[in-house]
Design a protein around this ligand. Structure first.
Ligand code: SAH
Ligand code: SF4
Length: 415
């Protein structure tokens, strides 16, 4: 029996992440993917190695897993030949299962993935001339129901584990053939230099796939630590951006404990409109959100906060909205850049994308206000890989069902 009971969803705008045990494998072996070095050492000790051996072996195995992308203990050439079967009997190094891989005609790639207990989620790779960005999911579904977002029409099924989150990055490295080759001595400094972003396809990570990363804080943090670890995937925190719809109480911790760049899904400048399209606004309003941005640890003119703004026709796209956006960002003295995202349609969506002329006019006003406001070119629309188009078929809710739930939540709050 799979442990796929739905997580309880306490409310529309105030969900609480629910802890969930990792499904044990049928063969009894333990998957090391997603574990930090110290946890691997604890497992090795538990399996019978003495403390010194466990520490040494965990260091070696960690390096092979995250730095080299190896999934077979037999390939770990600096580990004694007799030791390798001992590891193979007890442990595995997993990957999320690939259900389907799609290629867009603009080069964007999307993978439909499946967890060991059968839940589907997606990741997207977006190649550009000077960089390649992997868009990583943090949850299966999402508890928040932003009205313009297809993922928001899914139930939250569960949080992804650190292994399932870092596993997306590792799968992408597998698919792109980007694990470093060459010398096998893991401790060599020279090896680090070989492992820079230069010349690689996958250079940046954005936590902008399915789910609200700050509602799965610990697992996202665990995964990103492995991505940033110099002896792990070794990607700089400056190349990682976490996007939140505005989970204000977790933002400071994000800056302090993870330290990555922040993107905030602002999308509207008035309470009425933001309440409607980003319902978490009813819980944490615009002023509170912008204050948390102003306080975000590590933000500076060199490391600006990105404000995402989806362009919805006749909803949030007027000249007044643009002027108000500039005013707000200035009022809070935010080191800001604005990303204008043309709305990506999906079946059943109630909004339309603003016209290109409107988007241009909006962008110009923000730009004249002294804030950079590029318009994002939608990528991968033909394979439903663009922002907000991610969903997996299994757990969709109808719009009518969502509206019913929203009405019930509001009624509940009023009681
Ligand atoms: N849950 C997080 C991160 C995932 S969404 C968040 O909300 O920030 C990544 C970005 O895509 C967010 O800015 C989101 O608001 C935006 N988005 C969602 N649906 C969209 C759509 N249909 N068209 C364009 N952008 C969309
Ligand atoms: Fe969830 Fe983000 Fe979509 Fe809102 S925009 S429903 S927070 S994934």
């Amino acid at each position: 029996m799979a442990d796929t009971t739905l997580m309880s969803i306490p409310g529309q705008v105030d969900p609480v992440p629910v802890a969930r045990d990792i499904t044990p494998r049928e063969d009894g072996r333990v998957d090391l993917l997603g574990l930090p070095k110290k946890d691997i050492a604890v497992l090795f000790e538990g399996a019978g190695l003495d403390a010194r051996q466990a520490k040494l072996r965990s260091k070696q195995v960690f390096h092979w897993i995250y730095h080299r992308g190896v999934t077979d203990f037999e390939a770990m050439t600096d580990i004694a030949k007799t030791m390798r079967p001992w590891l193979t009997e007890r442990f595995v190094i997993g990957r999320p299962e690939v259900v389907e891989a799609q290629h867009s005609n603009d080069g964007t790639r999307k993978w439909l993935l499946r967890t060991a207990d059968g839940h589907e989620f997606e990741m997207v790779f977006i190649p550009d001339a000077d960089r390649g960005t992997l868009c990583v999911s943090s949850q299966v579904g999402c508890t928040l129901n932003c009205r313009f977002c297809h993922t928001g029409t899914m139930r939250l099924v569960r949080n992804l584990t650190p292994g399932e989150i870092v596993g997306q990055v590792m799968l992408a490295r597998d698919a792109l053939g980007e694990w470093p080759k060459g010398k096998m001595d893991f401790a060599e400094e020279a090896d680090e230099a070989e492992y820079t972003a230069d010349g690689r396809l996958l250079t940046n990570i954005v936590m902008m796939g399915m789910g609200e990363p700050l509602y799965n804080f610990d697992n996202v943090k665990g995964a990103l630590k492995l991505v940033m670890d110099g002896d792990g995937l070794a990607l700089s925190k400056r190349r990682i951006t976490l996007s939140t719809s505005g989970v204000v109480p977790a933002m400071e911790r994000c800056g302090e404990e993870i330290g990555v760049n922040l993107a905030v899904s602002l999308h509207a400048v008035t309470k009425d409109i933001r309440d409607e399209i980003v319902p978490i606004n009813k819980k944490y309003g615009i002023e509170e959100l912008l204050q948390a941005c102003a306080d975000y640890p590590g933000a500076s003119n060199a490391r600006r906060i990105t404000f995402e703004y989806v362009m919805l026709k006749d909803k949030n796209d007027s000249d007044e909205d643009a002027h108000e956006l500039v005013r707000l960002l200035k009022e809070y003295k935010l080191p800001a850049k604005v990303n204008l995202i043309p709305f990506n349609p999906w079946p059943g969506a109630v909004y339309e994308c603003s016209t290109p002329e409107r988007i241009k006019a909006f962008s110009n006003i923000v730009f004249e206000g002294g804030i950079s406001a590029p318009v994002r070119t939608p990528r991968g629309r033909d394979i439903d890989a663009a922002c907000g188009q991610l969903k997996t078929a299994a757990e969709k809710k109808s719009r009518a069902q969502l509206d019913r739930e929203a009405a019930e939540a509001v009624a509940g709050e009023a009681r």
